[in-house]
Design a protein around this ligand. Structure first.
Ligand SMILES: O=C(O)CCC(=O)C(=O)O
Length: 316
């Protein structure tokens, strides 16, 4: 079995726990709070964004970029319960032990009941709402700066707009990860505030020792930075940047992605790797990616649905 040499890229439970622990104790935890702030810009044109950030692969926060979206102006958890209360979702899908199905109305009720010091925050992660509640899309209009998304040419309009909603409680965490499929992150904050820590794609950790974490913190390629996303802000992260998210308040965010044409080959290879591994080697994949397996299945089902793919046939 191939073992990924970079712990930051592993998906087994021990490595995930070791990396998360490092944000709370040890050398990394001592430097995160003083990590440099990500650059914030407002009023950038598409050309300026392309020239100053997308071209040179520099992360940036586009401050108030979507402040006029209807979702930013009007949404709350109760609003969503009223609009699509009967839609089914998977809550805490990033935690195999806690993952469970509920309706949006039940989820909102759970949030209200799950208060107090001992409560573990509930997080509805990666909700592909366009499959089950497509009417919400009108409240999050397309952004001009995201028009370069090459997935439109690849998969067609409907499948390429597979955006995800992230809804959770203060204290909720999405552990450090790189996004799959070599896509750029364009995360829009709708309600509440989230703290992001990011690291460059070349950040590397060989073993989980104090020395290694110290080396990681000091290495120029780590590029550890932080930012707080506020309602109306959009974070641009070039493909393969690591990110860890902590909900500073109850929060709703829209995770949308963009495929840069230069990453086309890597994107296709990752998609094919994932599908072939699921089809031909599911038992080992379940062992090596216990926390991802069900999420990847859910993601693939949503994708098949949006691509209008009949899963009982080999040919369209
Ligand atoms: O907001 C979160 O908790 C995670 C979002 C994320 O990882 C993304 O949009 O790529």
């Amino acid at each position: 079995m191939h073992v990924e040499p970079n712990i930051l890229r592993r998906h087994d439970l021990d490595s995930l726990a070791a990396v998360e622990r490092a944000f709370h104790t040890g050398p990394l935890s001592e430097v995160v709070a003083s990590a440099p702030q990500l650059e914030r810009r407002s009023g950038l044109t598409v050309e300026e964004f392309q020239r100053e950030y997308r071209g040179p692969l520099r992360p940036v926060i586009l401050e108030n970029h979507v402040a006029d979206w209807p979702s930013v102006r009007t949404w709350s958890f109760d609003h969503l319960a009223d609009r699509c209360g009967s839609v089914r979702v998977v809550v805490d899908s990033y935690n195999t032990k806690a993952a469970r199905e509920a309706t949006v109305a039940e989820f909102v009720r759970m949030l209200k009941e799950n208060r107090g010091e001992d409560a573990t925050p509930i997080y509805l992660q990666e909700w592909y709402y366009q499959t089950t509640a497509p009417e919400l899309a009108a409240d999050m209009p397309e952004m001009e700066i995201a028009q370069y998304d090459f997935r439109r040419n690849l998969y067609g309009e409907a499948a390429s707009t597979n955006h995800q909603l992230w809804l959770g409680q203060q204290g909720g965490i999405t552990r450090l990860h790189q996004d799959s499929y070599t896509v750029d992150v364009m995360h829009a904050q709708i309600v509440g505030e989230k703290l992001w820590y990011v690291m460059g794609p070349e950040a590397i950790l060989h073993t989980d020792t104090e020395e290694d974490w110290t080396r990681l913190c000091k290495a120029p390629e780590t590029q550890l930075m932080q930012c707080v996303l506020k309602p109306g802000d959009v974070l641009y992260l070039p493909a393969n940047w690591y990110h860890r998210i902590e909900l500073l308040t109850d929060s709703i965010g829209l995770g949308r992605k963009c495929l840069d044409e230069v990453n086309l080959q890597a994107h296709i290879r990752q998609r094919m790797t994932e599908l072939l591994a699921l089809a031909l080697n599911p038992d080992e994949v379940k062992q090596t990616h216990p926390e991802l397996f069900d999420v990847v299945l859910m993601r693939s089902r949503a994708w098949a649905n949006r691509m209008n793919i009949d899963l009982s046939r080999l040919r369209p």
